[in-house]
Write a protein that binds this ligand. Sequence first.
Ligand code: GTP
Ligand code: MG
Length: 198
Amino acid sequence: MPSTVILEKTIYTIDQLEEMPLPQLALAGRSNVGKSSLLNKLTGRKNLAKTSSTPGKTRSLNFYKVLPEDFYLVDLPGYGYARCSKTEREKWAALINRYLRDNVHLFGVVALLDSRLPPQTLDIELITFIRSQGIDVFPVMTKADKCKQPVRSANQTAWQRLLGSEKPPLLTSSHSGMNIDKLWQFFLEKFAAVQHTE
Ligand code: GTP
Ligand code: MG
């Protein structure tokens, strides 16, 4: 867990995007998958990022600086939220795409996947796009506490096959804390690895 977390920048539109010259790790995933909750759990700050049972809570890109490590965790707005207008959905997609494209500071995108669901088209599309940008994708399954073991195992295996990865995606729960420390350790390792190559 970092000792200090500061919300340094909030971005609503493409015009507001600017270079943030520190390594960045973004949390991406469908609306309501648990991005903001995971960020709070990882940083040990309950109310840092606002969460809600209503999808579409996070409507901006939020840059959280974590210290002493000195990198950004970036909370992205959820995609695929059906109840907002098409124009609004397209606006968010454009903002996320622009942020992900040609971003030399991004050392990975954590793709959050609902452990209750088999691979969904929208998730696959996002992962394919991120990989096409040459960015590492770290798949992580959320809400493990809400899902029976055989179901989450089956979904984990399905994702592992689809992504062609060595290991199945890590199962986490922001409610029970399952694998949260392990995930933070993993992020620190990835961060350490980019520092050595810079
Ligand atoms: P948007 O900002 O709308 O894109 O959503 P988000 O991905 O940030 O999701 P958020 O963290 O706001 O969580 C959505 C809902 O799921 C909230 O009601 C959370 O309490 C709940 N939730 C998130 N993580 C977990 C979890 O691990 N277990 C359980 N049971 N509920 C969770
Ligand atoms: Mg959110």
